[in-house]
Design a protein around this ligand. Structure first.
Ligand code: PLP
Length: 376
């Protein structure tokens, strides 16, 4: 049975899973049926196959599927030996879950103001190093790669580990090389909204280090080494066989999907150039952006957002509360002065962008934004 095409009528949504699965269903449905009939639900053959394919497209030796991107971060930190008493340097303009993951691993987050691209830069990371620093954890935020060669060189020079967060950057490259291949390890998320998303939660860790991969396979599986022996105290956080089978199909489409995102981002950049006080996303010349999110900045965010909503155009915010202002972490982080990160949190607005959007929908958003600044 196929999906009914659901037309979103006059509305422009931020994403549509219905559309995504309608387009994929003929390819996906026999694969899912075969997995349920023939494979094992936990750590089945599809998991091993997807891990091998994922490692291969990133040019790394190993991928280990886990339960979520958050667990990919926490378990990577643990496997890298980062914990109690250690400082982890990360960007202040970020997804707050990264800060949570560092705290859950027992370490202390050190937040650094964003560079000109809104990212953790080499100079900022270097200035934040103390004798307690153990790890640099950059996020390829919104899909824009950080200076991964620069940060790796810094980590190597100072005896630190580099853990990349690739959750928003499937398909991005830095100096022609896939992100996720620069760190001692890289954490990925397959949250449904990501460029490569499961139908539920999922994540993976990429690494070239065989011993690290072996430790992660123990850490994701209750700390069990073999069937009966608990070697470590650890969570149960595995990538499901069914999700892996689905992701294996989607991984083959990822390059075309990211190309489509790039085409739509170019459409936005051309259509919104010089409009009002809008600041458009900039792309570093060494970077190939994955365009997970198309984020503009404006001093009139709330008014623009309401105006677009009035025309049936849905937008979102990534993210309105700076990481250090969340009640859960505020006390642990003290009250750092991070005015650049705070200013971004007040000004960012995410316009609809996915590989499923049509040119006409993006044009409607462009027109809506232009009209807002023309009228106002
Ligand atoms: C989504 C995301 C995560 C967490 O991934 P989950 O799979 O939802 O746990 C981590 N880091 C960043 C930057 C993210 O965008």
């Amino acid at each position: 049975m196929g999906f009914r095409e659901v037309e979103v009528g006059g509305k422009v949504e931020t994403k549509s899973y219905t559309r995504q699965y309608a387009a994929l269903w003929a390819e996906l449905s026999p694969v899912l049926e075969q997995v349920i009939r023939e494979d094992k639900p936990i750590l089945g053959k599809a998991v091993a196959r997807f891990e091998a394919a994922l490692a291969s497209v990133h040019g790394v030796a190993h991928a280990v599927g886990v339960g979520s991107g958050t667990d990919a971060l926490i378990l990577s930190l643990r496997a890298l030996g980062v914990g109690e008493g250690d400082e982890v340097i990360t960007g202040a303009h970020t997804f707050a879950g990264v800060v949570s993951a560092i705290l859950q691993a027992g370490a202390s987050p050190v937040l650094v103001e964003p560079d000109a691209y809104g990212l953790l830069g080499v100079a900022g990371a270097e200035a934040a190093i103390t004798p307690r620093t153990r790890c640099i954890l950059p996020v390829h935020f919104h899909g824009h790669p950080v200076d991964a060669t620069g940060l790796r060189a810094l980590a190597d020079a100072r005896g630190l580990v580099l853990l990349e967060d690739v959750a928003q950057a499937h398909g991005a490259t830095w100096q022609g090389r896939p992100v996720g291949s620069f760190g001692h390890a890289a954490a990925m998320s397959f949250h449904p909204s990501k460029n490569l998303g499961a139908f539920g939660d999922g994540g993976a860790v990429l690494t070239d280090d065989g011993a690290l991969a072996a430790r992660l396979r123990i850490l994701r599986n209750l700390g069990k080494d073999g069937k009966y022996d608990f070697a470590e105290v650890a969570p149960n956080s595995k990538l499901d066989t069914l999700q892996a089978a689905l992701l294996e199909v989607k991984l083959r489409h990822l390059p075309a999907w990211v190309e489509r995102r790039r085409a739509l981002a170019r459409r936005y950049l051309a259509g919104l150039e010089g409009v009002g006080d809008l600041e458009l996303p900039r792309v570093h010349p060494d970077a190939e952006h994955a365009w997970h999110l198309f984020v503009v900045r404006t001093g009139r965010r709330e008014a623009l957002r309401a105006w677009l909503a009035g025309r049936g155009i849905r937008t979102s915010l990534h993210y309105p509360t700076p990481a250090h202002r969340h009640p859960a972490f505020a006390e642990r982080l003290g009250a750092p002065s991070l005015p650049r990160a705070e200013r971004l949190a007040e000004r960012v607005l995410t316009l609809p962008l996915s590989h499923e959007h049509t040119d006409a929908e993006i044009d409607r958003v462009i027109e809506g934004v232009r009209d807002f600044f023309r009228e106002a």
